[in-house]
Write a protein that binds this ligand. Structure first.
Ligand SMILES: [Zn+2]
Length: 185
């Protein structure tokens, strides 16, 4: 095997690992997409309209050197009310339209161990690493994303894009479509 060939084979082997920070999206049923990879430790399911928000979360995690562990994403509203042909949500949660995630954070430490930041930690700045603080700061300063830690009733594991407040008509449209057509995932 000549040197150039060896170099070519090595490049092929190395390239897939150097692009490890990007998120992968796969279409599921309806308009929902499954995301995984990049700085996400596991997977989640969101509306196609929330894909860019997921990409930004991945970028913030990359910049702040933290990993995101998803604890909840799209949820079925089991208590929704059927009013003739109108489907009414039991509460106006952005999880019901795939525009919200709940998460925990993880910071890889220099000694090889990891710092795990659960809801208690996310709600208490004193318990957070520099990277975790950095990540929450980025979301707080994003033009569309909202961090639940800033809500009047704090929900520090929660991140959404406030579609329920910004565009209720779109929220209602998505709710009717996703809650009616999509199976529990
Ligand atoms: Zn939530």
């Amino acid at each position: 095997m000549d040197f150039k060939l060896i170099l070519g084979v090595m490049t092929l082997l190395v390239v897939p690992f150097t692009t490890g920070s990007s998120v992968t999206f796969t279409r599921t049923q309806c308009d929902l997409v499954k995301f995984h990879g990049g700085n996400f430790q596991n997977s989640g399911i969101v509306d196609g309209g929330f894909k860019r928000a997921i990409q930004r979360l991945n970028d913030y995690a990359e910049a702040c050197k933290v990993k995101i562990y998803i604890t909840s994403s799209f949820r079925k509203d089991d208590k929704k009310v059927l009013w003739g042909t109108i489907v009414k949500p039991s509460k106006i949660s952005n999880h019901f339209v795939g525009h919200a995630i709940d998460m925990n954070l993880m910071t890889p430490l220099i000694d090889g161990s990891r710092h795990f930041c659960n809801s208690q930690c996310l709600g208490d700045e004193k318990k957070q690493t520099k990277g975790e603080k950095c990540f929450l700061f980025q979301i707080g300063h994003d033009t569309t994303l909202r961090w639940g830690g800033n809500f009047s009733t704090p929900d520090p594991v929660h991140i959404d894009d406030g579609i329920n407040k910004r565009n209720r008509a779109e929220y209602n449209r998505l709710f009717a479509s996703l809650q009616t057509n999509c199976k529990t995932v």
